[in-house]
Every structure is written in C-alpha cells, then in structure tokens.
Ligand binder design. Structure first.
Ligand code: GRF
Length: 218
C-alpha cells in the first residue's frame, strides 16, 4: 500500500477532507510548521502520527527545509525514499528549490484560485478586485516557481454579484474539499503521472461533475 504525508499550517479543513476520503493509501504522518495548528487534532483523533517542526526554530529556510525533508522521509513508503506522496494542505511556507526537487513528481498542492490567475495570497480578494465572473481552485504538482506547477484538476466557482471575500471563499473551499481528495486518489491508484516532459497524464476516466481537467484523460 502506498504511503502519504500531509503538511499543514493551520485550520486543516483540507486535511479533514483527505482524512475522511478513505484514500487508498496509508497516511503515515501529518506535519505542521506551527504548533498551534488546529488541524493537528484531526490527525491525533484518528491515531495518525503528528509532528511539529516549528520553522521559527531554524536559522534559515534551507535549514528548515532540510529538516522537514528528513522528517518526511522517515515516514517511508515502498520506494525506500520516503512516502510515495506528499500533500501540501494549507501549508503556508514557500519551499526551497532543493526541497521541491527532493520530492519532485510526488508533491501536490491545493491553491484557492484558477491558476495561473491569482497566485500567492488573498486569492479571493484578488478575484473580486479583478471582477472575474469565474473563480475556483486548482490542484497542481509543485515545482520551484510558486503556484506554477503542472495542473492536475481545477474546479470552477461562479462569482455572484453580492459575493464578499468570505462568501466566495466558502464556496471555493467546498470545491477544494472535493478535488483534492480526488487528485490524491488518482495518484495513489497510480493513474496520475507527471511525465519526464513535466506534463500531467491521467490514465482512465476523468472526474465526475463540473470540474475542469487538464489534460483530457487518456
Ligand atoms: C486553503 O484555501 C488552501 O487552498 C490554501 O490555504 C487554505 C488552507 O485551509 N492553500 P485549510 O487549512 O485546509 O482549512
């Protein structure tokens, strides 16, 4: 059975959706860079190992990222080089190129916009300020450039005229909770591949429902 490690920083609603999804893999650990992350309790309640690596305790990004990588690799998978899959679920740290390369092809992120629109933070405010009529969320492989890796799946959320950052964010979050477990499932089933050219391949059927998928399934 494949193993996965999930990284969080705070609330943990995406973590909860992954825990509840009964994924075809073993969640070996949940790691937070913040001791106060409420999401840690969700893992704890389910008997899943939790670890805290407080980034503030490290002198620089390289030191933290190296320690984080070592901790992740302790939770091994069948490959002998750590878990098969690492999920960033609201992990609010920019990761160094070295870290990203270390987990290349097995590192996914959920981002609350339809990338490449609105990378970075405050994505719902960005979307409202830009006046877009369609917003949403994206699961992508992580590459060194922030929020720019190959797209796995996206879900579209229409913007309503009365929307606030909060109301729009709530509807986007519901879609995040749908597409992130879906993408993780594909990966764990061996159907989701980042090929040597850096393109996403999905073997078999695409997603049910109003998601937008890249690429078209094989
Ligand atoms: C989510 O909107 C996620 O897309 C973004 O950070 C937020 C984390 O929320 N990267 P939660 O901790 O999963 O509730």
């Amino acid at each position: 059975m494949k193993t996965l490690v999930i990284l969080i920083s705070g609330r943990g609603s995406n973590l909860l959706s992954l825990l509840d999804a009964k994924l075809p893999g073993r969640i070996a650990a949940v790691i937070s860079n913040r001791p106060e992350a409420t999401g840690l309790a969700y893992a704890h309640e389910r008997g899943i190992a939790t670890r805290v690596l407080d980034h503030g305790a490290y002198p620089d990004r390289a030191g933290f990222d190296a320690a984080l990588g070592d901790e992740i690799e302790r939770h091994g998978g069948s490959s002998g080089r750590g878990p098969d899959l690492v999920l960033l679920a609201g992990f609010m740290r920019i990761l160094s190129d070295d870290f990203v390369r270390r987990f290349s092809g097995r590192l996914l992120n959920i981002h609350p916009s339809l990338l490449p629109a609105f990378p970075g933070l405050k994505t719902h405010a960005q979307a409202l300020a830009a006046g877009v009529r369609i917003h949403g969320c994206t699961v992508h492989f992580v590459t060194p450039a922030l929020d720019s890796g190959p797209i796995v799946v996206q879900a579209a959320v229409p913007v309503q005229s009365a929307d606030t950052v909060e109301s729009l964010g709530e509807r986007v979050l519901l879609e995040e909770h749908r597409i992130y477990p879906q993408a993780a499932r594909w990966f764990l089933e061996g159907r989701l591949i980042l090929n040597p050219e850096g393109r996403v391949e999905l073997l078999g059927e695409g997603p049910p429902g109003p998601s937008l998928l890249a690429p078209v399934s094989a």
